[in-house]
Design a protein around this ligand. Structure first.
Ligand SMILES: NC(=O)N[C@@H](O)C(=O)O
Ligand code: NI
Length: 166
């Protein structure tokens, strides 16, 4: 029997060990453009290290995951951060894990609202994009450049997410 993972609401405080939640946080808001625009300022800073590294912006079109879904692996990017911001108005799942001696600890799973994105800080264990329900587009800010920016870990036995909603 696989180890069941529970899904929690995504909050900035719960996600703080792993990175930032990209959302219209009132504490970051400043009025600009003559008061016609609210700027939610400096929600995170992209990180790209190594000779020749650059920050790039991408669109990922994710196929929805089928549930129950097995979390069999986690990955991390030692040379750069990676952010996902929904473009299709859909929620999505985020799985992250603390590092335990160079391997991911038990994953923590969050349901991100359609108005929330996440930035994985550099070298944070996470599961690749998990769209839910329908094909979903995401704006992704991450690193390009020389060097290996992908480390993967495959669990001896997978964890299981029964279904994506709380
Ligand atoms: N491979 C790739 O660019 N995507 C993953 O890093 C991911 O986190 O989805
Ligand atoms: Ni990734």
């Amino acid at each position: 029997m696989s180890d069941l993972l529970t899904v929690k609401h995504l909050t900035a405080s719960a996600f703080a060990p792993f990175g930032e939640v990209i959302e219209a946080d009132p504490s970051t808001m400043r009025l600009i453009n003559g008061g016609t625009t609210e700027r939610f300022h400096a929600l995170f800073s992209p990180d790209a290290v190594g000779e020749g590294a650059r920050v790039i912006v991408n669109i990922f079109r994710g196929q929805p995951r089928a549930f129950p879904y097995e979390i069999g692996m986690m990955e991390r990017h030692p040379l750069g951060s990676q952010s996902f911001s929904p473009l299709s108005g859909r929620p999505f799942l985020v799985a992250v894990a603390e590092d335990e001696g160079g391997k991911p600890a038990r994953p923590q799973v969050f349901l991100a609202r359609p108005d929330q994105g996440v930035n994985y800080r550099r070298n944070v264990w996470h599961h690749p994009l998990m769209a839910i329900g329908e094909v979903s587009d995401f704006l992704v800010v991450d690193r390009d450049g020389p060097g290996n920016n992908l480390e993967e870990h495959f669990f001896a036995s997978p964890y299981l997410i029964l279904e994506p909603h709380l």
